[in-house]
Design a protein around this ligand. Structure first.
Ligand SMILES: NC(=O)c1ccc[n+]([C@@H]2O[C@H](COP(=O)([O-])OP(=O)(O)OC[C@H]3O[C@@H](n4cnc5c(N)ncnc54)[C@H](OP(=O)(O)O)[C@@H]3O)[C@@H](O)[C@H]2O)c1
Length: 327
């Protein structure tokens, strides 16, 4: 069964996913929407989509369309995902999935009522290296997990027009970058942390440019940093009582994972090259779920997305930081 894909918005990540779609044989590049029809047409021509629309509303009336991939700034996700769900379409929504837990809870409830599939586009979880690391950890190869250390710094030159720096678009490093280390910690420890301690550096445009957090779980803790300014690294290591697992540099998109014993000797190395650009794995997972008639993916479960959003809300509460839409 071919799955008919539609992309909402034609920015940077939409281009990346469109390229990945060309590599998945049972994914049809059906349609694309943009705020301007010309942009949608140019995008459609470039990546081989059959139809282009000048608005999401028009695209949602496309009868062939099975799943909408939402690739807009964070602040747009809630309205667009809601419209897609109400139109009875399945949704793959970019990270961070919404601005806050209230928006997410509403979308999940709506998706349940409308019996459509909903998944945050947490591509990291679908990647072979991540899945191998989780397999080692969950099968007890490193004993009891004691600590997760994960950092994600993406140094970006300041640009007041870029969504990353704009509060009204859901900017800031928490929702853009820290969502990955938080998701890793959630996947490893499961459940909600008992306590969160976090700090941030507020940048000149009124969003968090850098942040750090300690998540205290029952059995251990996670130390997380993220930032646009500080080169805090891009590595992740999961440390247990009998060994550790290291994901390669740029842990969210690495092709590698390494398993060590308690003396730091390598037990196993895993490496699997991408089939395309690494985003194909989430496409394959969505297709698999839709064919199986599932409402959610076990690789990116709703509970995980909820826990991460709650953690990010808790950080923002500690910082006294609200998005304009929340004031
Ligand atoms: N998974 C990943 O690796 C990854 C990487 C980067 C980003 N992301 C996520 O993907 C999303 C988009 O990021 P991006 O870097 O691609 O952003 P971007 O380059 O700024 O593109 C976003 C697109 O959304 C539309 N848009 C912009 N402003 C809008 C507004 N005010 N209202 C409605 N639509 C608007 C525009 O498309 P049109 O002009 O066509 O409407 C724009 O090209 C974010 O949620 C981000 O966190 C994920």
């Amino acid at each position: 069964m071919t799955i008919h894909w539609g992309i909402c918005s034609t920015g940077r990540i939409a281009e990346t996913l469109a390229a990945a779609l060309t590599s998945v044989s049972d994914a049809e590049r059906t349609c694309v929407s943009s705020r301007t029809l010309e942009k949608a047409q140019t995008f459609a021509e470039k990546y081989g989509f059959r139809r282009a629309y000048g608005s999401l509303e028009e695209m949602l009336r496309d009868e062939e369309l099975d799943v909408v991939y939402i690739a807009s700034p964070m602040a747009c996700h809630y309205d667009q995902a809601k419209a897609a769900i109400l139109a009875g379409k399945n949704v793959l929504c970019e990270k961070s999935v919404t601005l806050n837990i209230q928006q997410l809870a509403e979308l999940l409830e709506l998706a349940r009522k409308k019996r459509v599939f909903f998944m945050e586009a947490m591509w990291m979880n679908c990647r072979p290296s991540f899945r191998k690391a989780m397999e080692w950890i969950r099968s007890g190869r490193i004993g009891e997990v004691q600590m997760v250390k994960a950092d994600f710094c993406n140094r970006v030159a300041y640009d007041e027009k870029d969504r990353l720096f704009r509060p009204e678009l859901g900017g800031g490093c928490l929702l853009d970058l820290a969502v990955y280390p938080f998701t890793l910690a959630e996947a490893v420890f499961g459940g909600r942390p008992e306590q969160i301690h976090s700090q941030m550096h507020m940048g000149k445009s009124g969003v968090d440019f850098d942040m750090a957090a300690i998540l205290q779980y029952k059995g251990g803790f996670a130390a997380v940093t993220a930032g646009f300014d500080i080169p805090c690294g891009n590595n992740a290591v999961i440390i247990g009582s009998k060994g550790s697992v290291e994901l390669g540099n740029w842990f969210m998109c690495t092709c590698e994972a390494t398993l060590y014993d308690e003396n730091n000797a390598v037990l196993e190395r895993f490496h699997e090259d991408n089939l395309c650009n690494g985003y194909e794995y989430e496409i394959v997972e969505v297709n698999r779920c839709l064919r199986a008639g599932l409402a959610e993916s076990q690789l990116v479960p709703h509970t995980g997305t909820i826990h991460v959003m709650e953690m990010m809300d808790a950080c923002r509460t500690q910082w006294g930081f609200q998005f304009p839409q929340e004031m």
